[in-house]
Write a protein of this length. Structure first.
Length: 318
């Protein structure tokens, strides 16, 4: 919501709910994880950008269809990257903690002589098998690691990126061969099959990074509503599982019908979310060591020249 619209909306809400007080209370723990991730990536913790990331996280947790709207260079993709890295970091940390606790608990049981395998339920364990258990007490098997990962509450992210503008309609949604009458699947259904086959220990993000056009977004209405199924021409239905998300990045919603918009959670990112200084600071952190002496000079030149240059190109006259 734009700043001017926020003023109008707050005024209307205040007139209707006169005694109500609206206070935004973001997840403090997740906010700390976001700030930690941004520091690792060399990003500036701009308050507006952090607030947008927190809002986007709330939408991702509550909706399976998400639209991120805003002009170029406002941080749409970067916001998704920050959340993705944060989710993966949370899952990795929880997995490491569970693994350490599991190995510690198993080592304690082995030390007390209380090891019982599935073979012991039918008979006595051989001395060779016992020795093998003791040797592997400090390592977890692949099955045990998968079991531990399945118990993690934190989920990582596996993403599939599609540029719909770069693909013709038939290649996106699939087409029927006029000669053989065989149906050839499109990129959307093929990608959705790949996401379905993935393990549910990670969120599966299908990201449509490009302009939204009505001829393909309308075909996804059945996926984004309560049916959560993509129906193909052949009659087959592909379900949208709980751990799957469809995310659309676009400049505007000109070609999007109200039916599609109402099925998604929408985040609008304004141009003021990321300022020029933050971009320059992030770029300077990527300098190699042999250019470290030039960082100060580059910073001074950027502060002197860039505001005027950008102001000229962004002015209404141009």
């Amino acid at each position: 919501m734009e700043e001017n619209d926020q003023i109008v909306f707050k005024g209307i809400a205040k007139d209707i709910f006169k005694s109500a007080k609206v206070e935004i209370q973001p997840n403090a723990e997740f906010k700390e994880d976001i700030l930690r991730t941004m520091k690792r990536q060399g990003l500036e913790p701009e308050p507006d950008f952090v607030f947008s990331v927190l809002n986007l996280n709330e939408i991702i947790n509550s909706r399976q269809g998400i639209m991120i709207i805003g002009s170029t260079m406002v941080g749409k993709t970067k916001a998704l990257n920050v959340i993705e890295a944060t989710y993966n970091l949370q899952q990795e940390q929880e997995f490491k903690q569970k693994k350490a606790e599991f190995l510690k608990r198993r080592a304690k049981i082995l030390a007390e002589g209380k090891v019982k395998s599935s073979t012991m339920e039918l008979g006595l364990m051989s001395s060779e098998a016992t020795e093998q258990k003791e040797v592997n007490s400090n390592a977890a098997t692949q099955e045990e690691l998968q079991m531990l990962k399945a118990t993690c509450r934190s989920k990582g992210v596996n993403k599939f990126i599609i540029n719909p503008k770069a693909q013709p309609y038939a290649k996106l949604n699939g087409q029927t061969d006029t000669e053989t009458r065989d149906f050839k699947e499109g990129i959307i259904s093929t990608t959705m099959r790949m996401a379905i086959k993935q393990k549910n220990d990670k969120f599966q993000w299908m990201i449509f990074d490009g302009e939204i056009e009505i001829h393909w977004i309308e075909n996804l209405n059945s996926v984004l509503d309560d049916n959560k199924k993509l129906t193909l021409i052949t009659g087959e239905s592909l379900p949208l599982a709980e751990h799957m998300r469809m995310i659309f990045e676009a400049d505007n919603l000109k070609s999007c019908s109200p039916a599609s918009i109402s099925r998604c959670g929408i985040l609008y990112m304004q141009e003021k979310v990321i300022n020029c200084k933050s971009i320059v600071n992030h770029y300077m952190r990527t300098f190699p060591k042999f250019l470290s002496d030039l960082v100060y000079q580059f910073d001074q030149m950027a502060n002197y020249f860039l505001p005027g240059i950008l102001g000229h190109f962004l002015s209404e006259d141009n």
